[in-house]
Design a protein around this ligand. Structure first.
Ligand SMILES: [Zn+2]
Length: 441
C-alpha cells in the first residue's frame, strides 16, 4: 500500500489562503474595524479598557493602529466567568465550550451559529491544507465534550465531506481495532497519544505501516520536530501540526500544509502579533516572543490582542505551497509552563530536548519537582527500551550519567535521573502530564 500523500483536490474554502498580501491586509482591516466596534459597543471590559486610553473605534485608521489597543489576558476570562465577555445575547448563542481550569473556575467560551460555521470553515481549510479530502476516513480521537478539540475537528471533517469516526479519546485497543477494520486514512489526536498508539499497536502485532493510514493531524500540546520524525519513522504516516486554543476558537487557528514548515495562520480570521512578554512591545517577523491573537470574525466572544502565553516566532517567507499566510514556528514553550527551580527558569521542553539528544531513550518521561529541607529537588524519570534495561549495571549507569550531563548542559540545573522499566510511566489519553510539582502540597 502506498503511503505517500498526494495533493488532495483543491478545496474552494482554501482560496482565502492564497489572497495576495495587499488584499489580505484590506480584508483584515475591514474585519478588524467591525469587530472592535462590536466589542466596544457590547462588552463593558473592552469599552472600559479603551476608555482608559482615550480610544474609540474611530481611532483605528489602519492595521498599524492595532498596537494602541489593550491586551486581553487569561485572567480577564476568569474574572468574567461565566458570561461577562459575551457580545451576543444568550438567545443567539448556540454552543458553549470551557477549558479545564487547573485552579478554580474554568474559562467559558461561546459561539453563535455563524461562529460555529466559521470555525468549521477554518477546520476545512486546515484539513485541505495538509491534503485531507472528502474521500478520507477520519478517526477523531480528540476528546468530545467541553474541550474544543473533539467537536472542532468533527464539524470540520463533516463540512469537508469526509467520513468521520467520532471515537473520542481513550480505549486504546479499540482505537487500534477501528483504525485497522475501518480502513482509516487520517487520525486526529494529541501527538503524545499517537506515540502511545504506536507502542500498543506494536504489542498487539499490528503493523501501522501496512494500514491505509497516511496522515495525522496532531495538536493540543506543544511537540518537537524530533517527535515528528519519530512518529513518521515508526508509523509510516505524515504528521502535521495543528494549532488552536479555546479562547480564540479551538483547533483551526493555524495548520501546516504538506510542506510541514510550521502552521499557516488563517490570518483573515485571526490576526497574529509577536510581543516581548516582559515589555509588551511588538516584535518584527522572525523574532521570538509571545504570540498574541485578535479574532477578526468572532461574534459571540470577540478577543482583542489575546496573550496566548505561547512562545514562538512568525515566519513571513513564502512557503513552497504558495499560501500568503504567515506561519508559526514551532512553539518552543509556554510562558506559563515555566518552572522556577533553585531560582533557575526551566521549561519542560528543555528536558525533552536534552533526553532526545541522547540515543536509546524514549521520549516518555516525567519531571518531579519537590522540596527537601527548603531546597528544590529535580528528578527526571526516563523510561528506557527493554534492550537497555537488560543491559549491565555499568551500561545503565553510563546512560544515566549521559542524560544527566545533557540536562545540565541545556538547563544549567542538576537533575537526578532515574531510569525506569519500559511502560511504567502513566500514558496520557489527552494532553500529556509531564510535570509533577509537589512543592505546593
Ligand atoms: Zn505552506
Amino acid at each position: 500500500m502506498s503511503k505517500h500523500n498526494p495533493p488532495g483536490p483543491f478545496h474552494p474554502a482554501s482560496a482565502m489562503d492564497f489572497l495576495p498580501p495587499g488584499q489580505l491586509r484590506e480584508v483584515q482591516f475591514t474585519r478588524l474595524k467591525g469587530m472592535v466596534q462590536r466589542a466596544y459597543d457590547r462588552v463593558a471590559l473592552f469599552r472600559q479598557r479603551m476608555g482608559e486610553r482615550n480610544l474609540t473605534p474611530a481611532d483605528l485608521k489602519s492595521l498599524d493602529d492595532l498596537v494602541k489597543l489593550p491586551f486581553t489576558v487569561k485572567m480577564d476570562l476568569r474574572d468574567a466567568y461565566p458570561f461577562g465577555l459575551f457580545a451576543s445575547p444568550l438567545q443567539e448563542i448556540v454552543r458553549f465550550h470551557a477549558s479545564s481550569g487547573t485552579t478554580g473556575k474554568p474559562i467559558v467560551v461561546a459561539y453563535t451559529q455563524e461562529d460555529v460555521d466559521d470555525w468549521a470553515r477554518a477546520m476545512v481549510r486546515s484539513f485541505a491544507a495538509c491534503g485531507v479530502h472528502s474521500g478520507d476516513i477520519i478517526q477523531n480521537a480528540y476528546g468530545y465534550g467541553l474541550f474544543t478539540g473533539g467537536l472542532g475537528a468533527h464539524y470540520g471533517a463533516e463540512a469537508l465531506g469526509a467520513s468521520v469516526i467520532p471515537i473520542s479519546g481513550g480505549n486504546t485497543d479499540r482505537q487500534i481495532m477501528v483504525l485497522k477494520d475501518f480502513g482509516v486514512t487520517v487520525i486526529c489526536c494529541t501527538p503524545s497519544y499517537f506515540l502511545h498508539l504506536i507502542e500498543r499497536a506494536g504489542e498487539l502485532g499490528v503493523n501501522l505501516k501496512e494500514l491505509p493510514l497516511r496522515a495525522g493531524v496532531f495538536g493540543a500540546e506543544p511537540w518537537t520536530e524530533s517527535m515528528r520524525q519519530r512518529i513518521q519513522a515508526e508509523s509510516g504516516i505524515r504528521a502535521y501540526d495543528i494549532y488552536g486554543l479555546s479562547e480564540i476558537v479551538g483547533p483551526g487557528v493555524a495548520m501546516e500544509c504538506q510542506h510541514q514548515s510550521g502552521p499557516h495562520i488563517f490570518e483573515d480570521m485571526f490576526y497574529p502579533e509577536i510581543i516581548d512578554p516582559q515589555t509588551g512591545q511588538v516584535l518584527p517577523d522572525g523574532a521570538e516572543g509571545e504570540l498574541v491573537l485578535t479574532t477578526l470574525c468572532k461574534r459571540a466572544m470577540p478577543m482583542i490582542r489575546y496573550r496566548t502565553r505561547d512562545i514562538t516566532s512568525l515566519a513571513a517567507d513564502r512557503c513552497a505551497c504558495g499560501r500568503s499566510l504567515r506561519r508559526i514556528c514551532r512553539i518552543s514553550r509556554r510562558s506559563d509552563d515555566m518552572l522556577i527551580i533553585r531560582g533557575v527558569n526551566l521549561y519542560p521542553s528543555q528536558i525533552e530536548a536534552a533526553l532526545l539528544r541522547v540515543e536509546g531513550t524514549l521520549p516518555h518521561y516525567q519531571i518531579i519537582v519537590d522540596r527537601q529541607k527548603g531546597l528544590d529537588t529535580l528528578e527526571v524519570q526516563v523510561e528506557v527500551t527493554p534492550e537497555v534495561f537488560s543491559d549491565t549495571v555499568g551500561a545503565m549507569e553510563q546512560l544515566q550519567a549521559k542524560l544527566s550531563h545533557s540536562i545540565e548542559s541545556i538547563t544549567g540545573l542538576h537533575a537526578d535521573v532515574r531510569l525506569v522499566m519500559p511502560r511504567t510511566l502513566q500514558r496520557s489519553e489527552g494532553k500529556a502530564k509531564r510535570v509533577h510539582d509537589r512543592r505546593q502540597m
